[in-house]
Design a protein around this ligand. Structure first.
Ligand SMILES: [Zn+2]
Length: 111
């Protein structure tokens, strides 16, 4: 695949679309067992979360204190995306780039 196959997701707060390479450069910690990762929007600096499922990526929010759940606002399928979750972290691979995220215990953002 090449750059023209790169999909974009819109920030749930400001609505601005960002391609996945840009979003992945703004990733924070991960809930590795759930395949969720926190991301800071490069457009508005607000936090939201990404959820991975195969080559599918959703953007939205993790909510709920005792039983956190992911509420997506937009979902896309990205050819070539690989996500590997391990107990101590998460590895994301796309277009010959790699992002390694540290594991994070469930810590939903305040409502
Ligand atoms: Zn934003």
């Amino acid at each position: 695949m090449n750059l023209t196959d790169l999909r974009r997701l819109g920030c749930p707060t400001c609505g601005r679309p960002h391609d996945l390479l840009v979003l992945f450069d703004h990733l924070g910690d991960a809930w590795a067992t759930e395949r969720w990762a926190r991301v800071t929007c490069p457009g508005c600096d607000e936090r939201c979360e990404l959820a991975f499922d195969g080559t599918e990526v959703a953007i939205g929010f993790v909510r709920g204190a005792l039983r956190p759940r992911f509420e997506p606002s937009m979902r896309i399928r990205q050819p070539g995306l690989r996500v590997t979750a391990a107990p101590d972290g998460m590895l994301i691979e796309l277009l010959n780039r790699r992002w390694v995220l540290d594991r994070k215990l469930p810590d939903p953002q305040p409502l």
